[in-house]
Design a binder for this molecule. Structure first.
Ligand code: HEC
Length: 151
């Protein structure tokens, strides 16, 4: 829960800058209709995965799982960490990872990871808003298939 304490302090300090960012992020991120519109969808494999891979996975995969969160697949992101799911499909405002990115908490400033850019943040927001569709998920390799029993 340390995340939330930090967030509160941070928002007191930089309230208006953040309000502006929120506006930009959210107005750009949400299509007015509730139905995902295919033409506005962000492709996971080419647009979302590279961001996660470069800026999050170092600390959020099977071997490390900071905050108990593994981000290597959509299902694991939904399973979430200590504070719940990393995002809520179709709900940008309830999506913890977007909140933490927006507040500059993730990736942590003291890490050597480059920050998520505004453009990347908007892609992530659009993807979540569209219900976080995933095709062709790279993720970790699937477990080896169980060998067929030999008669
Ligand atoms: C250098 C390591 C590092 C990187 C890179 C990193 N994180 Fe984190 N993340 C952490 C740590 C440490 C915590 C736990 C913070 C705490 O509990 O105070 C955390 C916690 C979180 C949580 C909350 C988990 C929970 O349920 O409590 C989310 C969501 C999250 N990170 C998302 C991201 C996203 C999205 C990225 C990439 C844009 C990212 N992180 C990159 C270290 C990292």
């Amino acid at each position: 829960m340390r995340v939330f304490g930090t967030l509160r302090n941070l928002s007191l300090a930089t309230g208006s800058a953040i309000a502006t960012l929120t506006l930009i992020g959210i107005t750009a991120g949400i299509a007015p209709a509730a139905e995902p519109r295919p033409e506005s969808e962000v492709d996971y494999r080419s647009q979302i995965w590279p961001i996660i891979q470069e800026k999050c996975l170092e600390c959020h995969q099977a071997k490390k799982r900071q905050g108990s969160l593994d981000m290597s697949t959509r299902a694991l992101m939904l399973k979430g960490g200590d504070s719940g799911p990393a995002f809520v499909p179709g709900n940008v405002e309830k999506s913890l990872m977007l909140e933490l990115i927006e507040f500059g908490e993730m990736p942590p400033r003291k890490s050597n990871r480059p920050a998520v850019t505004k453009e990347e943040f908007q892609k992530l927001s659009r993807w979540v808003a569209a219900g976080a569709p995933v095709t062709d998920e790279p993720g970790p390799p699937a477990p080896a298939p169980t060998p067929a029993p030999t008669p």
